[in-house]
Structures are given as C-alpha cells and as structure tokens.
Write a protein that binds this ligand. Structure first.
Ligand code: NAI
Length: 402
C-alpha cells in the first residue's frame, strides 16, 4: 500500500500513470504547503509531487521518514535540498524536456511576428494609429535563421523553421546531428554575421552568460532580429535596448530577463519596456496546458517506476539504475549506500550467508552515492534486513516483492 500526495494542482494526467502502482492512494491539494503543514501532511506518504512553490528542506525531510521519492512536476529542482534528500535516501525526479515543443513553437511564431514588425504595429494600433505599410515587413521563407545551441529546443525549432522554408544554420559547442537541411557553422561570430534572426537556446553557464553583450550584438547583421527564449543572463539587456533604439536591430523577442518579478504583484522593470520593436513575454515560453500534461506524464512515470521497481533513471540526485521488471517469486533488495570500496561484496556476502540465491544484481555509483538492486528468490528474512540496514555505509534499504 502506497500513498502519494500531489500538491500545487499537478496536471491530472499524472494520476493515470501513478495509478499503475498497485494499491496506491492519491491525495491531491491545489496549493503549496508551508513547512509545518507539509510535515503534517507527509505523515504516511511515500511519494510526493510538487511544483515550484513547495520548499523541501532538510527539516521537512527529517520529519518524513516514510518518504521514498519526490517528483518535481516542473523543470527546475532548486526548491528541493537535493543533497539532503539523497542523504536521507529520497530520490528526486523532474521533467526537464516536457515543454520543449511549446518553446520551439513560440520561437517560430515570434520569428514571424518580428519579421512583420508586429510589436510596433500592435503598440501603434493600441494608440489608434493605423500603420498600414509593407515597408520593412518580410516573410520568413528563405530567410536565414541562426540557432545558438542545437539541443532539444534548438533542434526541434530547426525542423519547424525548415518546414516554413527558412534556411537554418546553427552553432553548438558539441558535435550535433543536423536535421533536414540545417547546417552547422564553425563559430558564434560566423552565425551572428550571416543570420537574419539569431535565436538563443543554450543553458546559463559561465561560458554563455552575457554571450550577447554589446560587442556580440554589434556583430549581428544590420536590421536583423534577436530572440532569447532561453535564460535571462545570456543577453545584456541595456546593450540590446540601445541596439533596438538605434535601429541596428530591427526587433527582438525576449521571454526571460536578468531579473524577473517573483510574483504577479511585483512590477516588471526593464529597459526593454521602452522599446516598441521588442516582443516581450513574461517567461511563458514553456507554459502551455500541453506542456503541463506532458510534465504530469513524464514526472509521474519516473515516480511510478521508482515506486514499482526501484528504477532511478533520470533521477537528479540518485545514481541512475534500470532494475528491470519484477519477476514473480522474487524479492528485490534496493540499497542506497555510500560509494566506498567493499559495500557490494559485503552485501552479497550477507545475502548469500542468509541462504538466499541472488537471481540478478545491478549497481551504479555517482559521486558519493552507490545504488544497488539485488533480486533474490523467495522472501527476505526480517533479521537480514536489519543487518543490512545496520551495515556500514548503508543509507537506506527497501524491498519490493512481485
Ligand atoms: P539542451 O541542454 O537540450 O540544449 C542546449 C544546447 O546548448 C546543447 O546542445 C549544448 O551543447 C549547447 N551549448 C551549451 N553551451 C553552448 C555554448 N557556449 N555555445 C553554443 N552551444 C552551447 O537544452 P534545451 O532543453 O534545448 O533548453 C535550451 C534553453 O531553453 C535552456 O537555457 C533552458 O533553460 C531554456 N528553456 C526556457 C524555457 C522558457 O520558459 N522560456 C522553457 C524551457 C527551457
């Protein structure tokens, strides 16, 4: 019997997946909970689903000894103390790529809007001005799209843009398989110099931070466009505002900012507000109902697999392990332990010493942690489990029976 607690209005598609765990009971709440309410609500809960507003601290984890796994039904995992969770044997999962398509679609749509001068025409028509003109308005067909970062989003955008007749070029620091007619270029400068639209799809790293500073923006083609739907610190927004005001750039579509309001009640402050050729959106690149549903399924599946088989693939704080389906008549012993020499042989010795036949065994390690799955024939005696729990290096022992 397992209990799952889903907070923050997680998409109902998660339930359909979690219900595959035999005998699971799912409790839902629409809001986030503060630490005290959360501690009370976690009594008897093995699986917890949260989004970005629930903070999981070591204090909360200490008060939740039954908790096995946390699913972050979102992209980021900053709201969870990942090390503390690992130390307490709680696996954490998220859904990092479930909104890829949503971002790619918005980026393509933004390219069309920018090339037609929609941001300033929209601003004008709201003032009652009728900017009916074809001057400076273009189709995206046969224009050069320069993608910086050809990962999940960049490569999907590449396919969508090719479908609209664009000539796609990309720059990535890793070798990437080009989709369709897309072509890699050798340097960022080369991409900036030749693209009608430059679009950023890289993570925020020391190498990418401020990659589009005043000097890089100056290298872009005159009257070209910049799109940043990736991370707020990739672009120097002061320099971008200047390039838009001077007319060097004909427009920009920006969804992410160096500082963003923490809530709806805070004012959005940015030099880009004064730029009528900027298409500004409030960090909603990946925010669609479809993405929420995909996140529900993705994070739900990871929780379901961990609950049902101990599989930790794509966990953000556990060594990844595919333990395989349970086989009738076997018991699986899952041991999270410190990554030190001798643990596996000691565990194997203890299990064999109890007269059990090991039918399958898998181990993986990452950093300071090791995670081993041992399938034995028959049941596991309680005194062996006690011995394993008290063995040097053991963090957590759990068993699953088919
Ligand atoms: P990904 O990890 O699949 O791809 C990133 C690519 O950038 C990789 O191919 C990597 O090799 C490349 N890269 C890394 N450093 C580079 C550099 N210095 N120069 C050129 N290429 C470099 O990431 P994914 O999922 O495609 O996401 C891309 C960005 O979009 C991320 O910053 C992510 O946080 C952001 N994002 C924004 C959303 C929004 O709501 N606006 C929603 C989802 C993602």
């Amino acid at each position: 019997m397992m209990k799952a607690l889903l907070l923050e209005n997680i998409h109902p598609d998660a339930d359909a997946v979690l219900e595959r765990v035999p005998g699971i009971e799912i409790e839902r709440r629409t809001s986030a909970l503060d630490a005290d309410d959360l501690k009370a609500a976690l009594d008897g809960v093995q699986l917890l689903g949260i989004r970005s507003r629930t903070r999981i601290t070591d204090e909360v984890l200490a008060a939740a000894p039954d908790l096995l796994a946390i699913g972050c039904f979102c992209i980021g995992t900053n709201q969870v103390d990942l090390d503390a969770a690992a130390r307490r044997g709680v696996a954490v999962f998220n859904a990092p790529f479930a909104n890829t398509r949503s971002v790619a679609e918005l980026t393509l749509a933004s390219a069309v809007m920018l090339m037609r001068g929609i941001p300033e025409k929209l601003a004008a028509i709201r003032r009652g001005q009728w900017m009916k003109s074809a001057t400076g308005a273009h189709e995206v067909r046969a224009k050069k799209l320069g993608i910086v970062g050809y990962g999940n989003i960049g490569s999907q955008l590449s396919v969508l843009a090719s479908g609209h007749g664009m000539h796609v070029y990309f720059y990535d620091t890793e070798p990437k398989l080009a989709h369709g007619n897309a072509r890699p270029v050798g340097s960022l400068d080369e991409l900036l110099a030749q693209s009608d639209i430059v679009t950023l799809h890289v993570p925020s790293t020391p190498q990418t931070r401020m990659m589009m500073d005043a000097a890089a923006i100056a290298k872009m083609k005159p009257r070209s466009f910049l799109i940043n739907h990736a991370r707020g610190d990739l672009v120097d927004v002061e320099a971008l505002a200047e390039a838009l005001q001077s007319g060097h750039l004909a427009g920009a579509a920006i969804d992410v900012y160096p500082t963003e309001p923490a809530s709806k009640n805070e004012e959005f402050v940015s030099p880009l507000r004064a730029c009528e050729t900027a298409l500004l959106t409030p960090h909603i690149g990946g925010s669609t109902e479809e993405a929420q549903a995909a996140i529900g399924t993705d994070a739900g599946l990871k929780l379901m697999r961990y609950a049902g088989s101990g599989g930790s693939a794509k966990s953000v704080n556990f060594p990844e392990l595919e333990a395989g389906d349970m086989i009738a008549g076997r018991t699986r012993i899952l041991a999270l332990h410190g990554n030190a020499p001798g643990y596996l042989s000691e565990l194997t010795k203890l299990v064999s010493g109890a007269g059990l036949n090991i039918a399958a065994q898998y181990l993986n390690t990452a950093g300071e942690l090791g995670y081993v799955s041992t399938d034995v024939e028959g049941d596991v005696p309680a005194d062996l489990l006690d011995t394993l729990r008290n063995a040097p290096g053991t963090i957590r022992i759990r068993t699953i029976s088919a």
